[in-house]
Design a protein around this ligand. Structure first.
Ligand SMILES: NC(=O)c1ccc[n+]([C@@H]2O[C@H](COP(=O)([O-])OP(=O)(O)OC[C@H]3O[C@@H](n4cnc5c(N)ncnc54)[C@H](O)[C@@H]3O)[C@@H](O)[C@H]2O)c1
Length: 443
């Protein structure tokens, strides 16, 4: 990391990406003004509290106390800073098309207050072209100019302000790679913007990787996520075949993983979850249509991954059938609503879809998740009436079937199998359970 520059940074959007990034800057000695439309988050931060489980409240309190972290909902204060980093959501809308309204809102909110010489860096995952085609024209309403230019002849092209894209690569809950250890890809709309963004991020990460344009940086993030999405779809499909053939796909993946080159393991599961992998690839397929191009791998992977929660419910129905029971009217417990183990994030979680399908098929279901004592209303689902049921041998015994949807480390799978009548395991979480294997259905 480089020697600290004297600067102040605004970070817009204080969620899973923006909050850890704010802390990283603050800890590196760069004062941060966090900005969010959610006044509860602003208040919590100014009180020195964290609202994200894996972000330490002590760390927030320490930085607030030291005067290096402050939050506000007043976007006019952008005129106090040297750089603005935008980390607002980029979901899909009802028609599964990009919803870039949050980026547009942010652009409109900051443009009137932008000072000459300020760097604006977008981090929200989006399709190639967003920074140049959407953010730049909005920011230029400020009267400041930042020309789109590339190549050696434009190394020192004059610009009133600087504009760049740098994708976020945060992996929530990953203890091996923290923000500082993950190289940061950076592309500017012109060479001076690229250099300004490199200097900014060198304050907080060990390695900055420059690319030639914002489009290249935007596409890099999509390649990374499409790579995961397609490979997860591949193992999900191979799992379906393996189940039919009586082959243990998890054993096969472990064996293939011993190849020291050319193979990287991906694991099957109940479907895709999280804010990124189920969403981001469709930003590219949407944009590709403008070029009369169909992204077939993305569509196929989407089709397979989307079918997985249906496969889980089919498997539960089939397993109950073996016990002379029907899905309709059976009592089912879903273990884990978080989209992956040990995180308090349920965005796009396949468990939510599984619960929706169970409901439609007339099953009577509950859930347990140590990270979610109760559920709230979400964009596509409303389970606000549901509370996590306590996990005990007596509770488990009341259900006709238990679905392991998320393999949280805190779950005692031996106890779960012992106490349950039937366990449908979507993650091979019971691989080490020896007793009562006849109760387990891998799916
Ligand atoms: N969560 C991840 O692991 C992850 C990883 C890589 C990339 N990303 C990308 O980063 C971006 C942010 O994701 P996130 O997970 O942090 O989302 P999030 O929902 O956790 O946080 C977004 C924050 O932005 C705020 N916000 C919404 N509209 C705003 C506006 N107009 N002005 C200011 N603040 C506003 C929200 O109140 C919220 O606090 C998305 O584009 C996402 O695809 C996320």
């Amino acid at each position: 990391m480089d020697k600290p520059l004297k600067l102040k940074v605004a970070i817009v959007g204080l969620g899973y990406v923006g909050l850890p990034l704010s802390l990283q800057f603050a800890r590196s000695g760069v004062p941060v003004l966090g900005m969010d439309v959610d006044v509860d988050k602003v208040e919590a931060l100014n009180d020195g509290r964290s609202y994200i489980k894996h972000v330490s409240g002590d760390l927030v309190a320490e930085q607030v106390k030291a005067g290096r972290l402050e939050a506000t909902a007043d976007f006019a204060r952008v005129n106090e800073v040297d750089a603005v980093i935008i980390c607002v959501p980029t979901p899909l809308n009802k028609n599964r098309e990009p919803d870039i309204s949050y980026i547009l809102q942010t652009g409109r909110a900051i443009a009137p207050h932008l000072r000459s010489g300020t760097l604006v860096a977008l981090e929200s995952t989006t399709y190639p072209g967003t920074t140049e085609e959407l953010v730049l024209p909005i920011l230029e309403k400020s009267g400041l100019r930042c020309p789109i230019a590339a190549g050696l002849e434009n190394e020192n092209i004059p610009a009133d302000y600087f504009l760049a894209f740098s994708p976020e690569r945060e992996d929530p809950g990953n203890k091996q790679y923290g923000l500082a250890q993950i190289p940061k890809v950076v592309g500017g709309v012109n060479p001076p913007s690229g250099r300004a963004a490199q200097a900014l991020y060198a304050q907080v990460v060990a390695k900055v990787i420059p690319v030639s344009s914002t489009r290249a940086a935007e596409m890099t993030k999509l390649l990374e996520n499409i790579f995961r999405c397609v490979n997860i779809a591949l193992v999900n499909e191979l799992k379906l075949l393996s189940l039919r053939m009586g082959v243990d796909v998890w054993e096969v993946i472990d064996a293939a993983s011993t190849k020291p080159f050319g193979f990287m393991p991906f694991y099957p599961g109940p479907g895709l979850g999280g804010h990124c992998i189920p969403v981001d690839p469709f930003y590219l397929s949407w944009k590709a249509r403008e070029y009369d191009f169909s992204t077939r791998f993305i569509e196929l992977a989407g089709e397979i991954n989307t079918s997985m929660p249906y496969h889980v419910v089919e498997s539960v129905g089939e397993a109950l059938n073996q016990h002379k029971k029907s899905l309709k009217g059976s009592k089912i417990l879903v273990l884990g609503v978080a989209y992956k183990k040990d995180v308090d994030d349920l965005r796009e979680s396949p468990s939510l879809k599984i619960m929706e399908i169970l409901q439609k098929r007339g099953a009577d279901f509950d859930y347990n998740d140590p990270y979610f004592p109760q559920l709230h209303k979400m964009r596509h689902y409303d389970y606000s009436h549901m509370k996590s049921v306590p996990l005990s041998a007596e509770t488990l015994a009341k259900y006709d079937a238990v679905i392991i949807a998320t393999d949280h480390t805190s779950y005692d799978f031996g106890m779960i199998v012992d106490a349950s009548k039937l366990v449908v395991d979507t993650r091979n979480a019971t691989r080490r359970v020896i007793r009562h294997r006849d109760k387990i259905v891998l799916c």
